[in-house]
Ligand binder design. Structure first.
Ligand code: CTP
Length: 400
């Protein structure tokens, strides 16, 4: 099932470290290659000998290998892996990961890894609920790491609550699901649009909107992390691309976005249009700065071309096309109408009525409506998590 997949299993110092032995066994039985990295305190809970025997590789815990001066190369190890799983991740390890506090071999490996990282927290309920732990988790999600949520149950302290590390089988399922969708997206060509467009009025002014580009950038990162080749066409934004599988093309106006998007679409397998494209643009762009005159200035706007509608027209049977709808009223009806008119496979509906959803927020709350009529509602989540839900829906369509 995981034949040939290279996994780094990072273990930090929690009583849940004993479960890492079972997790290692599951990976090995599924024919993955596993290299275990432990912190000093993890070794108080479970011996390296157990994990070295199960993983069939020496356990790594320090930079220096032996007195002859040989060292363990965390950079090479980080580049070797197809995925890194940190289970259990203590509150301390989460904090170090979130802040780049590189005082042990596990964190150095984590910072060097270019592969997707999965983190399974384990701690007492109050430690997990604490604002600082929750902030660290948010930061890690913001870096594109996946959190495998802990379970509710009996904790080592005797208290009962949220903080028990997910069971080895649950972590294993999460990793096999990831590799499965990874295979389906490997080398697929994905087009994503993001951000606002700015429509020039004169050399110093424009008509724009508050889109931050965060949602589209998060979608591009998730596709790239799963092996797709992504072209990200973005309007003006401060967002940065992280993954080397993403080719970024910057545009300013709706018309520039139209030209390049229709061209790239012809070579794409999947297109996700999350940009907030201006529907109208000034009829005339003044080449000189417009001087202040009189009490009113009338700006005449003309319609832009609808990029998504054009892609819907050009779309072949083999291509998957996804649009967004940002609505304030009759949300589902309007979204369903756009889905049909623009010939989409599914539409992601943002309602501005939901607090914490829409432009500028780090979170979003969406509903997905398929052309089959199937609908799924999601809770309020960080945009990286929403991006994963959207990519999962695409994977289901490829699989269907
Ligand atoms: N869109 C586009 N080109 C445009 C306008 C919108 O490609 N000129 C795309 C957006 O990227 C999004 C979808 O269309 O995926 C919906 O955008 P939205 O503004 O919500 O819908 P409109 O069709 O523009 O309708 P309205 O503004 O009336 O709601």
């Amino acid at each position: 099932m995981l034949e040939g997949k290279k996994i780094i299993l990072g273990i930090s110092g929690s009583i849940a470290a004993y479960k890492s032995a079972a997790l290692t066994r599951l990976f090995i039985k599924a024919r993955a290659q596993v290299k275990v990295v432990m912190t000093n305190s993890a070794m108080e809970f479970i011996t390296p000998l157990t994990l070295a025997t199960l993983s069939k590789h020496p356990v790594l815990s320090h930079y220096i290998k032996n007195k002859a001066g040989e060292w363990n190369n965390h950079v090479e190890l980080g580049l070797w892996a197809d995925c890194m799983v940190i289970a259990p991740a203590t509150a301390n390890t989460l904090a170090k990961m979130a802040n780049g506090n590189c005082d042990n071999f596990l964190i150095a490996t984590y910072l060097s890894a270019r592969c997707p990282v999965f983190v399974a927290p384990a701690m007492d309920l109050d430690m997990f609920a604490h604002g600082s732990t929750q902030n660290n988790i948010k930061s890690l999600q913001g870096f594109g790491n996946s959190i495998i949520s802990p379970n509710n149950g009996e904790l080592a302290s005797g208290l009962i609550g949220l903080g028990r590390m997910a069971e080895p089988e649950e972590i294993f399922d999460c990793i096999t699901t990831f590799f499965h969708s990874n295979n389906l997206l490997q080398n697929k060509r994905v087009l994503v649009t993001a951000g606002p467009t700015y429509e020039h009025i004169d050399p110093v002014r424009f008509v724009g909107n508050h889109s931050s580009g965060k949602m589209g950038f998060a979608i591009a990162e998730v596709f790239a992390a799963q092996g797709a080749h992504v072209t990200l066409i973005t309007g003006p934004t401060h967002q940065q691309v992280q993954h080397s599988n993403i080719k970024r093309i910057d545009v300013t106006t709706a018309s520039e976005m139209f030209e390049i998007t229709t061209e790239v679409f012809a070579k794409s397998n999947i297109a996700i249009m999350s940009a907030a494209v201006a529907d109208y643009t000034p009829e005339k762009v003044s080449i000189r700065k417009i001087k202040k005159q009189g009490d009113e200035l009338l700006l005449k706007l003309k319609k832009t071309r609808d990029i998504l509608k054009e892609l819907g027209r050009l779309k072949t049977q083999k291509q998957i096309l996804v649009g967004f709808a940002l609505e304030t009223d009759n949300e589902e009806d309007n979204a369903a109408k756009k889905l049909k008119e623009k010939n989409l496979d599914f539409i992601v509906l943002n309602s501005l009525k939901n607090k914490g959803a829409g432009f500028g927020f780090d979170t979003n709350q969406v509903n997905i409506i398929h052309k089959s009529g199937d609908k799924t509602s999601y809770g309020l989540k960080p945009k990286h998590e929403v991006a994963k839900d959207i990519v999962d829906e695409v994977v289901k369509l490829i699989h269907a």
